[in-house]
Design a protein around this ligand. Structure first.
Ligand SMILES: CC(C)(COP(=O)(O)OP(=O)(O)OC[C@H]1O[C@@H](n2cnc3c(N)ncnc32)[C@H](O)[C@@H]1OP(=O)(O)O)[C@@H](O)C(=O)NCCC(=O)NCCS
Length: 193
């Protein structure tokens, strides 16, 4: 009983820490400068169900609650590719403040990214990433990072083409027992705020 209570308090602390980090990160996306792509919109209530369908179809270890929370906190950088009235892919980023000698730096993480299986190989993934990277440049984000399973060759090839480099190999981030790469890219600008 006492142990259960202690665990609940710990969990509560962890969640409120995470919520405050998200809230702080989302403050950094205020006055976000945008880059136009006629087919790319932000996640909104009209497309959310379709976005969640793609999320569920393409990933294991689903956490819809967390996914929706990121879409709400970081809406400016939650991109949806829409064509002919269909949602064909999405990329969801979030911002993470990092303290450095010169001040607080903005860094971004690619949280979730997929293209509907029916529409792959037509450049949609590339356009979703280009839009995100361009906007990170416009908004002085110093670094974009992501995690990708070591055997996910289509994604790794695309990330390399966009300029991402492998930083290190890590375990259990892309799923329990799975090896993945941490990759990162430094957009051209990236000043302290
Ligand atoms: C990774 C993914 C988003 C790519 O989307 P896509 O729209 O098919 O990609 P694009 O058509 O824009 O391809 C751009 C480049 O990616 C690489 N690529 C894409 N699909 C590939 C494949 N099946 N095999 C090898 N390289 C591939 C190529 O370098 C390609 O450039 P090219 O057309 O000049 O050869 C898509 O495969 C996907 O949704 N995968 C499942 C979800 C996933 O793995 N997400 C990433 C999690 S980290």
């Amino acid at each position: 009983m006492t142990e259960h209570l202690i665990e609940k308090v710990r969990e509560g602390k962890r969640l409120s820490f995470k919520a405050s980090r998200l809230a702080f990160g989302s403050l950094l996306s205020k006055k976000w400068n945008t880059f136009e792509d006629a087919n790319i919109i932000r996640v909104n209530s009209d497309v959310l169900d379709e976005v969640l369908r793609l999320y569920n179809e393409n990933f294991i270890g689903i956490n819809e609650k967390m996914f929706i929370r990121y879409c709400r906190f970081f809406n400016e950088m939650c991109y949806v590719f829409q064509e002919d009235g269909k949602v064909k892919g999405y990329s969801i980023f979030f911002l993470k403040p990092v303290l450095s000698f010169t001040g607080i730096k903005k860094t971004a993480v690619l949280y979730s990214f997929t293209v509907d299986g029916k529409y792959r190989g037509h450049g949609i993934g590339r356009r979703l990433l280009q839009k995100g990277i361009r906007e990170m440049e416009l908004n002085s984000v110093g670094c974009i990072s992501l995690f990708v399973a070591v055997d996910n060759l289509p994604a790794i090839r695309l990330y390399r083409k966009m300029g991402f480099n492998v930083i290190r190999k890590v375990d259990d981030v892309c799923g329990v027992g799975l090896e993945c790469y941490e990759m990162s890219l430094r957009p051209r600008s990236g000043n302290s705020i």
